[in-house]
Design a protein around this ligand. Structure first.
Ligand code: HEM
Length: 519
């Protein structure tokens, strides 16, 4: 019956060919036309908003930017990455520059207005930098520093109460740890001690107690092999993340590394104990227990356990990221400040006089925060060395920045979705046009009349993602310094080498803090 009817198979095949052919033509056309279309579109937006492209790094750009990559890698190996970057900016004559890194365009900026727009005014147009996500996610999984939107918001909201000022009203927890730090400090006026590893131990002990309710007690005599293994595992995870950031997508290949996997497993086992304790705390609380013990054991894990219940991987990842944030940054802040204090007897005397003027041996939170000169020293050292170098963002949509365009960086700038930005806070905090000719000097006095609200000083970032641990870090740094200043009349560096960068999760001097302490 169908013999003379339409040949359906032939029609179907023809239809398929037409559809496939159209798709292919469309794909080729959109590929070919994309470049001129984008050029036309960018030019139109640039004209309409008076935007100009940023200048390109002058001394770079041969071989698709491979020359810049190798120059930067060499500088890292020779520990002169920070000064080299400053020189490159200065050579270009602008504070927002485009850098071609192995074919990928990146923009580096040390311009307060640009940084403010990205972190605060137009933060919705920006995501956390892709390189950070690629480095962290395969190693530690999702967490507050790489998530976006509702996911990020839920974690931030869960953490916020634990970081409020209320949590620092009582400094007794901190006192115990600083007491143990003091026991490690020689008082004979002759013995040389390296303060840097002690500051790392202090920070680890304080952070674990603050975050998980149980301290690693690295500074205590009871510190054991388990504690040492925990600290080693944390070091390995951190250094892998830093390497991953350099390697970009290749960073994911680090994860199969057995040592790294074992380190993550060890951390997870330890966190699971803390999480179990937090779960017990929750069930006690839901039974209406007003037991004093459960009040004392309150910590951030309880909130995370509620927010991410049924997702232990997420809770572990958040805990790990907090520990990394808590330990290294604060230890680095202390170590960098003591680099300067041990070389400036006049500043040490001023700090000491201010601390001795407080009646109590152990200050209250308000007394501590009232120490203006000490606070200025902390600010000044965080200006000279901001511990966290990586503040990166990727444009989530096409957007416009108020500055950064043109040879002098003063014109608005159109940014295409997907463009990567490094917010170069170190460079900004060393700019002589913003801080004066003595920008590279340690000079706490400059803070007497400096307007702290300015974005030119942003060691803790800014906007919605402003560092959540800022109060904890400042309190710990000031408290430890207060106790040392009261005990020692003088602190003398025994090391004539200059501050030399050691770039890791947080930046310190590779030579540490070799000092003699005079009671
Ligand atoms: C001197 C010490 C510290 C410095 C200089 C510092 C610096 C920073 C900076 C610059 C950011 C913003 C990163 C960005 O916008 O991409 C940040 C975020 C963060 N910091 Fe800190 N930090 C310090 C101490 C701490 C401490 C003690 C903790 C926790 C115990 C901590 C936990 C965090 C967390 C969780 C974030 C991510 C916040 C978010 O994305 O919402 N930090 N920190």
């Amino acid at each position: 019956m169908w013999e003379n009817g339409p040949d359906l198979a032939a029609y179907t095949a023809l239809g398929h060919r037409i559809v496939l052919g159209s798709i292919a033509i469309f794909a080729v056309l959109s590929f070919v036309l994309r470049y001129p279309y984008n050029r036309w579109r960018n030019a139109t937006i640039n004209r309409r908003h008076n935007c100009l492209p940023p200048p390109r790094l002058k001394s770079a750009d041969k071989l698709l930017g491979l020359d810049t990559v190798s120059r930067l890698r060499r500088a890292v190996a020779e520990r002169r990455f920070l000064p080299l970057l400053l020189d490159l900016f200065q050579e270009t004559g602008a504070w927002t520059v485009e850098v071609n890194l192995a074919g990928n365009a990146n923009i580096w900026t040390a311009e307060p207005d640009v940084i403010k727009t990205i972190l605060a005014t137009k933060s919705k147009d920006w995501h956390v930098g892709t390189s950070r996500k690629e480095a962290m996610q395969p190693i530690v999984g999702q967490n507050i520093v790489i998530t976006e939107g509702k996911d990020w918001h839920n974690t931030r909201a869960a953490m916020r109460p634990a970081f409020g000022k209320r949590q620092f009203g009582d400094l007794s927890e901190l006192e115990g740890h600083v007491d143990r730090l003091m026991e490690h400090l020689p008082t004979d006026g002759r013995t040389v001690v390296d303060l840097k590893p002690l500051f790392y131990m202090l920070s680890m002990d304080v952070s674990t107690e603050f975050l998980f309710g149980v301290s690693t007690n690295n500074l205590s005599a009871a510190y054991d092999a388990e504690g040492a293994a925990f600290a080693d595992a944390l070091d390995l995870i951190q250094s892998s993340m830093v390497k991953g950031q350099w390697l970009g997508k290749l960073g994911a290949l680090l994860f199969p590394n057995k040592k790294l996997r074992d380190a993550v497993a060890l951390m997870n086992r330890r966190f699971d104990k803390f999480i179990d304790m937090a779960a017990k705390f929750d069930s006690q609380e839901s039974k209406g227990s007003s037991d004093e013990e459960s009040e004392q054991s309150y910590n951030i894990l309880h909130e995370l356990t509620r927010t991410w219940s049924g997702n232990p991987n997420r809770i572990r990842s958040e805990a790990l990221i907090l520990l990394i944030g808590g330990r290294d940054t604060t230890a680095s802040a202390l170590s960098n400040m003591f680099y300067y204090l041990a070389r400036d007897p006049e500043v040490w005397q001023k700090i000491r006089q201010e601390c001795l003027a407080v009646a109590a041996e152990r200050p209250t939170f308000d007394e501590l925060r009232g120490l203006k000169y000490l606070h200025n020293c902390v600010r000044e050292s965080l200006r000279l060395v901001n511990p966290t170098l990586d503040v990166s963002r990727t444009a989530a949509v096409d957007t416009i920045l108020p500055r950064g365009g043109g040879a002098d960086g003063q014109s608005p700038m159109f940014v295409r979705k997907g463009t990567n930005f490094n917010l170069w806070i170190y460079g900004m905090q060393h700019r002589k046009d913003l801080w004066g000719p003595d920008a590279d000097e340690f000079c706490p006095k400059r803070w007497d009349d400096y307007k702290i609200s300015s974005w030119a000083y942003s060691p803790f970032g800014g906007g919605a993602r402003l560092c959540i641990g800022q109060q904890l870090a400042l309190t710990e740094t000031m408290y430890a310094t207060f106790r040392l200043a009261r005990k020692f009349s003088s602190i003398q560096s025994t090391d004539s080498r200059p501050w030399t960068e050691n770039l890791s999760i947080a930046t310190t001097s590779v030579y540490g803090n070799l000092v003699r302490l005079i009671p």
